[in-house]
Structures are given as structure tokens and as C-alpha cells.
Design a protein around this ligand. Structure first.
Ligand SMILES: NC(=O)c1ccc[n+]([C@@H]2O[C@H](COP(=O)([O-])OP(=O)(O)OC[C@H]3O[C@@H](n4cnc5c(N)ncnc54)[C@H](OP(=O)(O)O)[C@@H]3O)[C@@H](O)[C@H]2O)c1
Length: 273
């Protein structure tokens, strides 16, 4: 595994496991085995949320991590955007800790901003959770750069990350200033849905993949993690895909590859602008 660091030097694996579609079905037993296989092949960072699978994702992860050294894992969960009142945050964290069967989270994010709830109130609760040792780091998700700046000022410890939709075809964080804010303020940008939006089908990605003897997924992930302050959390239910994605860590894109991949989102193909 390779790592980047939070502002205080805390190392964070650059490739985590997304689990948005875990825990929703009768597949939980096999999902536990899939997650254990991922941990055994070197993943250590798992991303979940109280919203995923109605809490089922956290339950599956809680089962999967039993027997592993908790101090070597990096667990992220998120409080729903509809639970941002102070007392709701305090209740939500207890549910997440119980389902994950753990005493603390490494990172706790606001899943979406809610303009109806003052951010000050939510951050007062989040700051308390850090003081209580229930959460090591706090962060946000789906915040634009103005909202992010406000959150940055309300965090008593450090604002660890803003988790946003970012991939070869969705460049919103480049356009709305979030990537620049992260790079200038030493906040990690966690790119979600790195393989979605038809990224893997792009001819330009496939051509560079062929040149490296790599898969399109490896190229899409390598392009993200080559960027300053960017980490990512691809999701898979397929152990071979999980192994394939780890191969992104060994790919070095040339300046020519990077500029050709950068250019993919210009013109009619770009999504989300
Ligand atoms: N904060 C937020 O609001 C937010 C929103 C969306 C997502 N997220 C987080 O980000 C995570 C990742 O995003 P995502 O799940 O939307 O999308 P994603 O990880 O970009 O894409 C997942 C899809 O890619 C496929 N895949 C994975 N590795 C592959 C490979 N090597 N080759 C071919 N296909 C591959 C998976 O299929 P297989 O299962 O068959 O491999 C799955 O269909 C989520 O699970 C969640 O944890 C957060």
C-alpha cells in the first residue's frame, strides 16, 4: 500500500475500499469473505456510511474486521445529511460504532451539507467526538469550496478531507475550486466514484492501458492518485477487481499520458459540468 498524509502527518492509504452497495441484500456472508480477502491482500482503509444499506454496510464491515489488528485499519464513516443537529450527530455516531463493532472511527464525515442546520452546531458535536476519543479525525463530503472554507474554520483539530465525486470524466472539483482549496490548505481530497460515468469504456483510457500492459481501472486510479493531495476509494464486490485496482499503485504515468488523460474531459464527453 502507498500512503499520503493528513496535515498533522497521519498516514492514510491512498487506495481505500468503497462499500456503498454492501450490506443491502442477502449477500452479507459472502461480502464478509470478500472484505476479508481485500484486507488480506493489503487494503486497510474502508469507507462506509450510516446510510449505506440502511446500516448494513457498517454491519458487514464490523464482522469482516473481527480478528484483524484494529490499529492497522483505517475506518471512515459518515453521518447522514439529515442528521446534522448536535444531538442527532451524537446519536448517529453511537449507531455507527455499534454496527462496526469498534470503539472509535478513524475518520467521520458529514455526508452532505444541510443548509437548514448551522454548520457551527454540527461542528460543535464533531469537535466533541474528537475530544471524547470516539473519532480521530473529522471531515466533510460533497461540500463546495465556500462551504469547505467555513468547515475549515470550525474544526478545532484539523479538517482531514473533503470526499467528492471526481474521476477522469467528472472534473467538478477542478472547476469549482475544491481541488485547489485542498492543495493550498493541505486537506486530502478523497475521490469517490473513480471508475463510474463510463470512464472504463473510454478509448483514450484503453489506449494508455494497453501501452502499460494495465487495465483501464488501473489507469483511471493511477491518474487520480498521481495528483497532489488526492486519494480514492474504488468499490468492488469482485476479489480479482480489488487485486487489479491495487496494481494502480505500481503505475507511473508519463507526462504525455497525463496530458492525454487530462484532455479526455474536454469537449462533449465531459460529465457533470
Ligand atoms: N460521499 C458520497 O456522497 C459518495 C457518493 C458515492 C460513492 N461514495 C463512496 O465511494 C465509493 C466508490 O464509488 P462508487 O461505488 O460510486 O463507484 P466506483 O468505485 O467508481 O465504481 C464501482 C463499479 O466499478 C466496478 N469495478 C471496480 N473495480 C473494477 C475493475 N478493476 N475493473 C472493472 N470494473 C471495476 C465495480 O464492479 P465490481 O463489483 O464487479 O468490481 C462497480 O460496478 C462508494 O462505494 C462509497 O464508499 C461516496
Amino acid at each position: 500500500m502507498k500512503y499520503k498524509a493528513f496535515h498533522d502527518g497521519q498516514p492514510v492509504p491512498v487506495l481505500g475500499l468503497g462499500t456503498a452497495h454492501y450490506g443491502a441484500s442477502s449477500e452479507r456472508r459472502s461480502e464478509v469473505s470478500t472484505l476479508r480477502a481485500a484486507l488480506d491482500m493489503g487494503y486497510a482503509h474502508i469507507d462506509t456510511a450510516e446510510a449505506y444499506g440502511g446500516g448494513g454496510s457498517e454491519i458487514v464491515i464490523g464482522e469482516a474486521i473481527q480478528g484483524y489488528d484494529r490499529s492497522k485499519l483505517f475506518l471512515t464513516s459518515k453521518v447522514r445529511g439529515s442528521h446534522l443537529r448536535g444531538e442527532q450527530v451524537m446519536e448517529a455516531i453511537e449507531g455507527s460504532l455499534r454496527r462496526l463493532d469498534t470503539e472509535y472511527l478513524d475518520l467521520y464525515l458529514i455526508h452532505h451539507p444541510d443548509p437548514k442546520v448551522p454548520l457551527e452546531e454540527t461542528f460543535e458535536a464533531l469537535n466533541q467526538l474528537v475530544e471524547q476519543g470516539k473519532v480521530r479525525y473529522i471531515g466533510i463530503s460533497n461540500f463546495d469550496s465556500d462551504q469547505m472554507d467555513k468547515a475549515y474554520g470550525l474544526t478545532k483539530s484539523i479538517l482531514a478531507t473533503n470526499q467528492v465525486h471526481y474521476n477522469l470524466l467528472v472534473r467538478e472539483p477542478e472547476d469549482n475550486g475544491v481541488l485547489q482549496y485542498c492543495q493550498e490548505h493541505d486537506v486530502l481530497l478523497t475521490a469517490y466514484s473513480p471508475l463510474k460515468n463510463g470512464v472504463l469504456q473510454q478509448q483514450g483510457v484503453r489506449r494508455i492501458a494497453d501501452k502499460h500492459g494495465a487495465s483501464p481501472a488501473q489507469i483511471a486510479l493511477a491518474w487520480l492518485i498521481a495528483k497532489d493531495k488526492v486519494i480514492t476509494i474504488p468499490q468492488s464486490h469482485n476479489v480479482e477487481h480489488m487485486r487489479d485496482n491495487l496494481g494502480a499503485l505500481d503505475i507511473t504515468l508519463s507526462a504525455e499520458d497525463t496530458s492525454s488523460l487530462d484532455g479526455l474531459a474536454t469537449g462533449a464527453m465531459q460529465v457533470g459540468r
